[in-house]
Design a protein around this ligand. Sequence first.
Ligand SMILES: Cc1cc2nc3c(=O)[nH]c(=O)nc-3n(C[C@H](O)[C@H](O)[C@H](O)COP(=O)(O)OP(=O)(O)OC[C@H]3O[C@@H](n4cnc5c(N)ncnc54)[C@H](O)[C@@H]3O)c2cc1C
Length: 441
Amino acid sequence: MSNKPKKIAVIGSGPMGLACAYELLKNNHQVDVYERDDRVGGMSASFDFEGIKIERYYHFICLPDTPLFELLKELNIDDKLCWRDTKMGFFYNGVLYKWGAPIHLLTFPQLDLISKLRYALHIFYTKSINNWDSLDKVNAIPWLKKWVGEKAYSMLWDYLFEYKFYEHKENISAAWIGTRIKRVAKSRKNVFTEKLGYLKGGSDTLLSALEKRVLALHGNIYLSAGVESVTSVNNQVEAVVVNGEKRCYDGVVSTIPLPFVPRLVPELPTETIAKINGIANCGVVCVVLRLRHALTENFWLNINDPEMEIPGLIEYSNLNPVREENDKPNTTTIPEGIVYVPFYMPKTHPKYTKDNASFIEEVQGYLNRINPDFSKDWVLAAHVSRYEFAQPICSPNFYQQLPPIQTNIQGFVMADTCYYYPEDRGISESVKMGKQLAQLI
Ligand SMILES: Cc1cc2nc3c(=O)[nH]c(=O)nc-3n(C[C@H](O)[C@H](O)[C@H](O)COP(=O)(O)OP(=O)(O)OC[C@H]3O[C@@H](n4cnc5c(N)ncnc54)[C@H](O)[C@@H]3O)c2cc1C
């Protein structure tokens, strides 16, 4: 494509869509962003939690998230990036153990020394992997069992797969789980201490700065404006249809979850549509509670307990002291604890249809198991968010399953969080992908 300014529509205003729009505007293109929701941000959007602006889903930043750091610098908000030494716990069969440092593994009474050494060796090895091509072809569960043994697998890994993927658990790529292990394992101050980051003001700080830049460069962001279809003529993109109105463009970039695309662009080749439909997804129902007191000292709590149907919970206030930021004089309801409890599951799972109140009720029972001092009067507020396509299932040979970013329709490109496989979905990877999409179109 020539460098002549073009008129481009970007569908979706998550970090990928906004980063793409910003990049296009810097290159003098004319850009309109369309967002179905009433706010920007997608999975990283925030909501007003009775006076506290907070993300619908928890977000932590890791030391290897370089594309994010570069963008923060460019937007002059790198001073908002804060780091904290975080603690991890492991709730196993009713007992809360410290976790995440070599000493915790060594003193964990439920595993033999050989299993512990194998577990540690596996993390050490995974941290050193740079090329994931061969692991792309390997199934995660046999790979983990080979490294850590059956016993450590069932104690430390099995429930994570079960309560995130359900019937898909036997079909996860080792490369996908490997990059997750590596990202977190590399986010440490030293061998003893994990170090995670957050943005002062949460992900909203990044989203607002991006939104401002897009508007300052004369881009438009249309909210509550879901794109209904993308039209083309002779395999050249022509327009997007929004609220029944056709708006013409030279190029269209889709950053929405891939499963939505075939409905919007039925002219895609059948092979591309089949590939999109072949990628399974899990949804998430995420309960957030504001608590009068801290539940534990941990940011991350892995849970393997026969009476709890979750792989873990995130006590976000042990990373981001939201309380300090929001502290106002004479306010008595500022919480000590903010806890996120994500229930991942395929949206075909019968539990997905349960109402929000049942999820909140279930979580309160869990919190009481973790900290017997917890009682319902600790709960200052509760909120539930759902996202239908929260986690793509990256199965072995996933590279081959991805349809091309550049489709047969000239001027139409598409990507979502699947496209930075083997990396897991994350803000940093989404902004990197957004930039790449801008270069491609
Ligand atoms: C529970 C949970 C925890 C997470 N934790 C972390 C974390 O700790 N750290 C981290 O970095 N990342 C985390 N993530 C991932 C992070 O939120 C995502 O990677 C990131 O938000 C993806 O951005 P995106 O722009 O690629 O896609 P999305 O956020 O999916 O944005 C897509 C946008 O498209 C819009 N859209 C859909 N259809 C249409 C349409 N027809 N027309 C117009 N707009 C449309 C949607 O409303 C949405 O706003 C987490 C996600 C979840 C769900």
